[in-house]
Every structure is written in structure tokens, then in C-alpha cells.
Unconditional design. Structure first.
Length: 327
């Protein structure tokens, strides 16, 4: 089968190659998926470059431990392990093998049964592949770590990106009043997916305004925890998921460390987390999608052979919503 293979760290054009490899062998608790679509995430280019360097403690010091990248998959079940009870050949599924072998940039991938769910009936494979990692991140950040409640005023920093477009819609589904930040060219997009208010960060500084938020989800930018605190209510919560950083060694981790060090000494809560894919949360997302409360936003699609171009495009920071790979 054909797959994108990486055996060293570096730029997409230098290290990602389309090759013929052996079809994976399904284990007892796994599902063999015939991949119809995948999608690109910031995790892909961080893993590709091995940056920040601290990440190599998990992904491989000198070279990637997992040679086929790809965090999101949508496709059809082709085979199941002997312990699998939820799926059978022919089922249409979606899910994320993030930090569980990866492997979605290929014609077939083996995924643990507990990382998959039945594909939403109203989505194509392309749109379903856009969902898992980004929407799971938004859901867990808002619900589990932000403790979102109906009526909360929520600020999404980076509302036009992959996670941000889901976060706006998920926050609205919880009954929150949502404000999104983005650049001028994305204002109408963010408004179109349900944001009550949109801040063009090239024209307005949210930390200098009068509005205070119960919950801030930081998905982009370089604002410090202290900056963000100024826009929080006295008992508000800042959830740091990512954000830009030029640091090669620890990247945005310095911002997370500062937030956690400050949190015990202030009335506000500042937390960070790593997304944990699971079938239960995929089912929550499936129900929201089928109810019409979430619609994936796709910027561009690329064929499997052009994964390097897709990752380069995402890395440059111009993507609106998700970038999808068709297989």
C-alpha cells in the first residue's frame, strides 16, 4: 500500500516521502481502516520537525518512533481483531490515532477500537476526517478544563483555525456568549459559524477592552498569561492549548509553565492539557454534528501524494479551518 513515510526530522519536502509499504497487521483490539480521508494538524508539523526539542522525549530522540504520520482518519472498516465488538467490515468510521501510533497518511491504518466511532451520517469522509483531533481538543478544553456553563462569556483566541472553528461552535452549543479573535480576512468566517462578537486583532487589543470573560481559550498568538488575566473575570479560567513561539527547545511550554506557576497565587484559574482521543467524546461530537450544531470548516484539500505541500501550507499559518488529505 502507499503511505507517507518519515525516518528523520526536517522540512516537509526533505523528510516526507510517498512509498509502498506493507499493509499493517491488525492486532486483537484494533480495527483495520481503509483510509478515505485524513487531515493535517499542527501536531503533524511539530512531529515532522521534532520541535520543540522537548517533544522528542516522547516521539523519538534522533528519529521518529512512528514512521507514518497522520493524526486523523475517516474511512471504512476492512478488518477487525478478535476482541473487537463494536465494528465490522464495511462500517464507516472516524477517529484519531494521535500518540497511539499515528499512521493516518496511508491507504490503510490500524486503530485501537476505543479511538474510533461511527462516522456522522450527514458528513462526507472529507468532512469527517476534519473533525477528530481538532474538535476533541476544543471539546475537552471547554468542557473538562474550562468548565463552561450556559451564559458564560467565552473568548476564543485564534477562532478561525482548525481548533478555533470547532471551539466557537461547541461553546455556542453549551449556551455560551462567544467572542472570537482573528485577522481581518477571517472576521466574516468567524461570524458565520456563530460567534456573537468578533475581534479583529490587527485593529483591537482584547486585553485593553472593558469586556471580561469567564473563560478564555488560547489557541494562537503570543500573549502572556499575565496579559490574558487582564481580560478574565476575578474567578475566570484561562485554558492554554497552544500559541506561537520561536523557541526551539521548549516552544510554548514556557508560557504554560508561567501560567501554572502563577495560578496558585491568583483568584483566576490557569490550566493546560494534552488532548486525549476516546470513543466517548467522538460520540458526543457525532451527536452535535448530526444535530446541526457543528459543521467542519475546510480550507483546502490535497491528495495523499501532496501531504508535504499540505503541511507546509498549515505551517505557514494561513489556514482557515482545516486542511484535508484525500486518499
Amino acid at each position: 500500500m502507499k503511505a507517507i513515510v518519515q525516518d528523520k526530522y526536517g522540512s516537509p519536502e526533505a523528510v516526507l516521502k510517498l512509498q509502498d509499504i506493507e499493509k499493517p497487521v491488525v492486532k486483537d483490539d484494533e480495527v483495520l481502516v481503509r483510509v478515505r480521508a485524513a487531515s493535517v494538524n499542527p501536531a503533524d508539523w511539530h512531529l515532522m520537525r521534532g520541535k520543540p526539542y522537548i517533544a522528542r522525549l516522547q516521539i523519538g530522540l534522533r528519529r521518529p518512533k512512528d514512521t507514518v504520520p497522520g493524526c486523523d482518519v475517516a474511512g471504512q472498516v476492512e478488518g477487525v481483531g478478535k476482541n473487537v465488538t463494536m465494528f465490522q467490515p464495511g462500517d464507516e468510521v472516524f477517529g484519531s490515532p494521535f500518540m497511539h501510533g499515528f499512521g493516518a497518511f496511508a491507504e490503510r491504518v490500524c486503530v485501537s477500537e476505543d479511538l474510533l466511532a461511527v462516522k456522522p451520517a450527514n458528513l462526507s469522509f472529507d468532512h469527517a476526517a476534519a473533525v477528530p483531533l481538532a474538535a476533541l481538543t476544543a471539546l475537552q478544553g471547554l468542557r473538562d478544563h474550562g468548565r463552561i456553563e450556559p451564559g458564560h462569556k467565552v473568548l476564543i483566541i485564534g477562532a478561525s483555525g482548525g481548533v478555533g472553528t470547532f471551539a466557537v461552535q461547541i461553546a455556542k452549543s453549551f449556551g455560551a456568549e462567544v467572542t472570537g479573535t482573528c485577522s481581518t480576512r477571517n472576521v466574516e468566517l468567524v461570524r458565520s459559524i456563530g460567534a456573537d462578537h468578533v475581534i479583529d486583532y490587527t485593529q483591537e487589543d482584547f486585553t485593553q477592552g472593558r469586556q471580561r470573560y469567564d473563560l478564555i481559550l488560547q489557541l494562537a498568538g503570543t500573549r502572556s498569561p499575565s496579559d490574558c488575566r487582564r481580560a478574565l473575570t476575578p474567578k475566570g479560567t484561562l485554558v492554554l492549548i497552544s500559541g506561537e513561539s520561536s523557541g526551539r527547545w521548549i516552544g510554548a511550554v514556557d508560557r504554560i509553565v508561567k501560567a501554572r506557576a502563577l495560578s496558585p497565587f491568583v483568584s483566576q484559574t490557569m490550566v493546560s492539557f494534552t488532548v486525549k482521543p476516546n470513543k466517548e467524546d467522538l460520540q458526543v461530537l457525532k451527536e452535535l454534528i448530526e444535530a446541526g450544531k457543528i459543521t467542519p470548516v475546510i480550507d483546502r484539500t490535497y491528495p495523499l501524494s501532496e501531504v508535504p505541500k499540505a503541511i507546509r501550507y498549515l505551517e505557514e499559518g494561513h489556514a482557515r479551518g482545516k486542511v484535508v488529505i484525500t486518499v
